[in-house]
Design a protein around this ligand. Sequence first.
Ligand code: FAD
Length: 171
Amino acid sequence: SNDGVATVADGEPPKKYPKGVVLGKDGKPCRSCTSGAAFSAWASQTKSTLKTQASSSVPVSRKDCPPDVEQLGRSSWTLLHSIAATYPTNPTPTEQSDVTNFMKLFAKLYPCWVCAEDFQKYIEKEKIKAGSRNEFGNWLCEAHNAVNRKLGKPTFDCRFWEERWKDGWRD
Ligand code: FAD
């Protein structure tokens, strides 16, 4: 999780990073683990200390790519809830194991490593439920709410997950 403290990789000498910058396992700032604002603060700080050099590898902070932790998160939740929305109401055993394996691999491969570690722990604790669309959609909604709580965001009322992600809001 990102609680506002720069995470320093083991064995690396501590460096000064702006609040909120999360380091990757390589000891360098991890963009997909860090908010856009914190990453930009780091990029401009680094740029100003290196501006006398003719060329540098300091990342230019552009809005479009690569994704920061929020962009990656929004896109990922969109994919996951959309998978739930199209998941069968009465899945076969193969479909159930496919979605379960997918979620486990997703949690392993998620590019924000701090997010990934917490999500893997969540999946260990709250076993994936995939017996029907309703079951999986609700499980995912609760999983998303656990992340919302961790980040201090409002939780979502899971009775409405299908309206948000499948049918559209009723008037
Ligand atoms: P998001 O949380 O991205 O939600 C997108 C939309 O989904 C919302 O606008 C809302 O309409 C809808 N929604 C919200 N809650 C629910 C719900 N419970 N069920 C159904 N729909 C819902 N960021 C970190 O900084 N640290 C972390 O450790 C971290 N872990 C993450 C783990 C995973 C597996 C994922 C996918 C993302 C993680 N993120 C983490 C990113 C974080 O969850 C948000 O995606 C990001 O902060 C952007 O938030 P947002 O407010 O735009 O809305």
